[in-house]
Design a protein around this ligand. Structure first.
Ligand SMILES: Cc1cc2nc3c(=O)[nH]c(=O)nc-3n(C[C@H](O)[C@H](O)[C@H](O)COP(=O)(O)O)c2cc1C
Ligand SMILES: C=C(O[C@@H]1CC(C(=O)O)=C[C@@H](OP(=O)(O)O)[C@H]1O)C(=O)O
Length: 358
């Protein structure tokens, strides 16, 4: 199982949803980065479960503890390890499904690939693991903040109810990180409707990276589009990613999709800030499509580990809409991609090398 992400600014996570703890090790952080612990905790608080009726009822403090790599408040250039202890597992809820596969979750594939599986919350396949990614992402954000690169996200659609406008300023005040106040009530109602019907609903998050320099990403193989897509599709429950105009571009004419250029910059941003695999200096935009939560409280047909057909009735605590907290995870993953590329980009040209060493 390969658990490492990134090449220059890399991280790995460990832990399970119902185990003792989760955490991450972040490597490649330049020495001297001010480690604002309140900021890191704040990022975890944005994602943490049990905060409102639009999220899983599992209550966790998600207090993050830095174990290494920091001295006198700044990074030392050595691996930064962080840990978050689990407090509210309630594993008994999974006792009746220990030998069967929840439709839509990873139980079936985990069991058949590894022959052993932690049935309590799905072990590592539970998105509780994303708490550790957000901790790593917070360090990436500290680096980006220092360089005046901003990463932001919000919900643009829930169950097909789409935002008409994108206002990132209001996201912090919004219960579901909705970008559009005019549709937030309808989006909330859609989530509660699904929840009351013991069902779940899908949604879409929008991630933007503002202020990235020109040239992040490679023209081939490690294209910025591909790296962002990989990062987003690697999040639990993400089933699609669009860069800029995305799928809509396939329905447009070249004259509609091209972004005209002038001395002032680009007249529009259909490209989503990426041309030829490299950032073009404009805002990088990425839409992330989340499926509905697989664990629902309706009876479903399934099989057990012996192949016997039976009915699956779940207990436990689940998000009625994973896109809501998933948007914070997507934002963190975007920050990790950009931090990695900023470090990898050093010395891409002689000009750049001379600036660094001469
Ligand atoms: C923030 C977040 C919260 C999630 N919460 C739940 C949940 O409460 N219950 C559940 O069954 N799945 C939840 N998921 C989705 C599952 O983890 C995911 O569907 C599962 O790992 C299978 O992976 P796949 O959907 O990518 O195939 C959540 C995902 C994210 C990103
Ligand atoms: C605990 C969190 O979310 C969990 C994500 C999750 C899943 O299957 O992804 C299923 C539920 O699981 P569990 O039984 O493990 O509590 C959620 O509560 C969290 O995000 O911190």
């Amino acid at each position: 199982m390969n658990n490492t992400f990134g090449r220059a600014f890399s991280f790995t996570t460990f832990g399970e949803s119902h185990g003792r703890a989760l955490g991450c090790v972040v490597d490649g952080v330049p020495a001297g980065l001010v480690m604002d612990e309140a900021f890191i905790q704040g990022e975890l608080d944005r994602r943490k479960p049990g905060q409102n009726k639009f999220a899983t009822a599992r209550k966790e403090g998600d207090k993050v503890e830095i174990l290494s790599g920091v001295f006198e408040g700044v990074s030392t250039g050595t691996p930064i390890a962080m840990v978050i202890f689990n407090e509210n597992q309630k594993s008994g809820d999974y006792e009746n499904v220990k030998n069967l596969f929840r439709p839509g979750h990873a139980d079936f594939t985990y069991f058949h690939k590894y022959g052993i599986r932690d049935y309590r919350g799905g072990g590592r396949s539970s998105a509780r693991e994303t708490a550790a990614r957000v901790a790593a992402g917070a360090i990436a954000k500290l680096l980006l903040n220092t360089l005046h690169v901003k990463v932001q996200s919000g919900i643009c659609a829930i169950g097909g109810i789409e935002a008409q406008q994108y206002d990132f300023e209001r996201v912090a005040e919004s219960e579901i990180y909705a970008l559009d106040g005019s549709v937030e009530e309808a989006q909330k109602a859609k989530i509660l409707e699904a929840k009351n019907a013991h069902d779940s609903v899908g949604g879409v998050a929008l991630v933007q990276i503002v202020g990235a320099p020109i040239g992040l990403g490679e023209p081939l193989y490690y294209k910025l589009d591909a790296l962002l897509a990989d990062a987003m599709m690697g999040i639990n429950g993400v089933k699609g990613v669009e860069i800029g105009e995305g799928f809509q571009a396939s329905r447009l004419m070249g004259s509609q999709n091209n972004d005209a250029m002038s001395k002032k910059g680009f007249a529009s941003n259909h490209s989503g800030g990426i041309l030829g695999g490299m950032s073009n200096g404009d805002t990088i935009t990425c839409k992330v499509y989340f499926k509905p939560t697989p664990s629902i409280f309706l009876s479903q047909e399934t099989i057990d580990t012996q192949g016997t057909e039976l009915i699956c009735n779940l207990k436990g605590r689940h998000d009625p809409c994973i896109a809501v907290r998933g948007s914070v995870v997507a934002e963190s993953m975007a920050a990790l991609v950009i931090a990695d590329l900023l470090l990898l980009n050093l010395g891409a040209s002689m000009e750049h090398l001379k600036k660094i060493y001469m």
